[in-house]
Design a protein around this ligand. Structure first.
Ligand code: 13P
Length: 264
């Protein structure tokens, strides 16, 4: 059984999908599903260009938070094509995904850069969704623990125990992203427990117990509740299955219904 002080968090990473108009067309029917308060946090992360439209639709909505998919570590200046924390703040963004494996693999983001972004995000009181995860080659080579430990230690460098509880860790095995190949609940739990043990070494057990760790990689309505029933799995970061309002809400409903004492 999961400690009840870690509130589940289900986030949609839309990646490079959803124009401003499409975002509005998603959100209107999606919000109609929220007929009562649910015991979990829901977050939508549209592309930058669609954030203003989403901000407007979500302006009076308490149950759905807004997140960005990336952010510059710099406050302002000559950084063509970049977006600052202050720009996102003005749009009521609360969360920011940092270090997604696509940013690491395609755009060459390093642990050190991700660390700088995390520090900037925490300074402006965002809740960063800090992604870590191994490739298939690293898993087959027996390097899962080494890779995750490196990403955690370097990514969280100089972030203290008080601020780190604002960070949501997203464990996304790269081989499970967009492949339909999910880690089994047991496989995911084992890795999440390892991540928490590294956090415990870094910050102490009390702090480690407060940090939410999401799973990401082919999460769907059919597997979300079972994944989240595992002791150390506190949420999901959803790509493909978050692009349709019905299927994303089904994930949320299935997880909410599986929380003891709840029915959605
Ligand atoms: P899929 O759910 O499409 O596998 O994507 C996972 C992901 O990368 C979320 O950040």
């Amino acid at each position: 059984m999961k400690p009840s002080h870690r509130r589940p968090i289900i986030a949609a990473n839309w990646k490079m999908h959803m124009t401003p108009q499409e975002s509005i067309e998603f959100l209107r029917p999606f919000l109609r599903h929220f007929t009562r308060e649910l015991p979990l946090d829901t977050v939508i992360c549209p592309p930058y260009i669609s954030l203003p439209a989403a901000t407007e639709v979500l302006s009076d909505v308490k149950q759905v938070g807004l997140g960005a998919q990336n952010m510059s570590a710099e406050p302002a200046g000559a950084f063509t094509g970049e977006i600052s924390a202050r720009m996102l703040k003005e749009l009521n963004v609360e969360y920011v995904i940092l270090g997604h494996s696509e940013r690491r693999a395609i755009y060459g983001e390093t642990d050190a850069e991700i660390n700088r972004k995390l520090i900037t995000a925490l300074e402006v009181r965002f809740k960063p969704i800090f992604c870590i995860g191994e490739t298939l080659e690293e898993r087959d080579g027996g390097k899962v623990e080494e890779v995750l430990q490196r990403q955690l230690v370097h990514g969280l460098e100089s972030i203290g125990p008080r601020r780190v509880t604002e960070v949501v860790i997203a464990y996304e095995p790269v081989w499970a992203i967009g492949t339909g190949r999910t880690a089994t609940p047991e496989q995911a739990q084992e890795t999440h427990a390892y991540i928490r043990s590294v956090l415990s070494e870094m910050y102490g057990e009390d702090t480690a117990q407060k940090i939410r760790i999401q799973y990401g990689g082919s999460v769907k309505p059919g597997n979300a509740a079972e994944l989240l029933s595992q002791t150390d799995i506190d949420g999901a970061l959803v790509g493909g299955a978050s692009l349709e309002p019905g299927s994303f809400f089904e994930i949320i409903r299935n997880v909410a219904e599986a929380i003891p004492g709840e029915s959605a």
